[in-house]
Unconditional design. Structure first.
Length: 133
């Protein structure tokens, strides 16, 4: 394991913060600050996950026979969590009561992504980095 990957793994320890932010948000679900702490925690964890995944792809750490469509599918799935965290914070600026419902979008987005990548036999076209084009 090289130093960049080790640094990324250490940064993923941000996940240890999630139980605190979850408890804080569950105690005060109608307030903006607990929502922001919760959403920022998930957004940071999601961004770090994407960073590690993109590094693994670019460093050639995936198996040589890894299906490019599977790689693209996983990349899209990982993008959902930070996007929903940001959306929840933006909704929370308008009305914190409804912002918690933004996290329900995670299931919907994962369902839509799965549907996109299981259409037909071939799935979407992907580039060399495993990103759908």
């Amino acid at each position: 394991m090289d130093r960049r990957m080790l640094w990324a793994v250490m940064l993923m320890m941000a996940i240890a913060f999630i139980p605190f932010s979850t408890a804080f948000f569950s105690e005060y679900p109608t307030r903006f600050v607990p929502l922001a702490v919760y959403a920022v925690g998930f957004t940071i964890a999601g961004i770090l996950e994407i960073f590690m995944w993109r590094y693994a792809i670019s460093a050639g750490l995936l198996r040589a026979d890894a299906d490019r469509n599977d790689v693209a599918h996983l990349t899209w799935r990982m993008s959902v969590l930070p996007a929903v965290g940001i959306a929840a914070m933006l909704i929370g600026l308008i009305n914190p009561v409804f912002s918690g419902f933004a996290f329900l979008l995670i299931s919907l987005a994962h369902w839509m992504i799965k549907k996109r990548f299981t259409k037909g036999e071939t799935g979407p076209k992907v580039d060399n980095d495993g990103l759908a084009v």
